[in-house]
Design a protein around this ligand. Structure first.
Ligand code: ADP
Ligand code: MG
Length: 319
């Protein structure tokens, strides 16, 4: 049984959105995603800014309600969970975000921030003290750091606080949404190494999300490539540099992404134009207007995800 299995997951935002001017639209942020994540696995999720990665992360962590589809955690359908059941689930699935500062309460000291989930789950005071010290040690913080406020730490240190807090209740799955994207390059490797170490020590599983394929393939053994709300390929990281992967995966491999996912300059060097508007996805293969290999059928027919090689699935008419 997979630790996480998602079937045909959909999230549409309906409302009045600004596209140069306001118009009513249905933004297809996540538009039919199916994938599995095994126990002990790091599954990467990569794609350009706006393709729906964070929405997907919020759906599987139940921070947001799906429009349709199913989410199984440890064999249990979780998208309908409420109340006590949802609370129990939250222990097992935790998330860390890109912006290490905004996810920390600036008026709380680091120790209290790390302790908060333990308080919420009714752990006794003595056990909490011990556990906070243990967690701080686990992520490479000094005991004295407990009394400092978030602004007294660097970005990398703040991400360690977030990681410690996320691990407080011993989750099985950690969803990492662009965890190193806002850090200096020199600090990135340290935080990635920490995540790698923690995974081994604590037998964790990660859904590791980034717009930067290089960061993803540092940790992930398998990579799901996302385009405009859908998965276009799931490929072992070891095969990323071989010929024959999905044309979009190729473009990501060859690209030098912008350092920050909020900058919309990712991939411009190798890929034509911007990703299309997710409220008006192109007919046929959603990638065809930007695909260097597109032919007639690509403009007409939607490709389905199918097995195309060893442990590899792709949605492409030409593979
Ligand atoms: P990524 O994390 O890959 O950059 P997101 O999941 O943040 O992508 O966004 C996917 C699409 O959904 C984008 O077009 C974004 O503008 C839209 N979107 C995200 N959240 C909302 C929301 N709350 N309301 C409307 N549109 C949203
Ligand atoms: Mg995002």
């Amino acid at each position: 049984m997979s630790l996480l299995e998602v079937r045909n997951l959909v999230k549409h935002y309906e409302g009045s959105f600004y596209f140069g001017k306001y118009r009513r639209a249905k933004v297809r942020a996540v538009d039919g995603i199916s994938l599995t994540l095994e126990r002990g696995e790091v599954l990467g999720l990569v794609g350009e800014s706006g393709c729906g990665k964070s929405t997907f992360a919020r759906l599987v962590t139940r921070l947001e309600e799906k429009t349709a589809g199913e989410i199984y955690f440890d064999g249990q359908e979780i998208s309908g969970c409420t109340g006590k059941k949802l609370r129990r689930l939250r222990r097992h699935i935790q998330i860390i975000f890109q912006d290490s500062a905004s996810s920390l309460n600036p008026r709380w000291k680091a120790g209290a921030i790390i302790e908060e989930p333990l308080v919420n789950y009714g752990i006794s005071r003595e056990k909490r003290r011990e556990r906070v010290l243990e967690l701080m040690d686990l992520v490479g913080m000094e005991p004295g750091d407990a009394d400092k406020y978030p602004h007294e730490f660097s970005g990398g240190q703040r991400q360690r606080i977030n990681i410690a807090r996320a691990l407080a209740l011993e989750p099985a799955l950690l969803v990492c949404d662009e965890p190193v994207s806002s850090l200096d390059v020199s600090i990135r490797a340290q935080v990635l190494n920490l995540l790698r170490e923690l995974k081994e020590r604590l037998s964790l599983s990660y859904l590791f999300i980034s717009h930067d394929l290089a960061a993803v393939s540092c940790l992930a053994a398998r990579v799901a490539v996302m385009y405009l709300g859908q998965i276009v390929e799931i490929i072992p990281a070891s095969q990323l540099h071989l010929q024959g992967s999905h044309p979009y995966t190729r473009a990501l491999v060859e690209a030098v992404p912008a350092p920050d996912p909020r900058q919309k300059t990712v991939l411009k060097a190798t890929l034509k134009g911007e990703p299309p508007d997710p409220s008006r996805p192109p007919r046929g293969c959603r990638f065809h207007p930007r695909c260097p290999e597109a032919t007639g059928i690509c403009c007409e027919e939607k490709p389905v995800l199918k097995e195309v090689g060893k442990e590899r699935t792709a949605a492409c008419h030409l593979r």
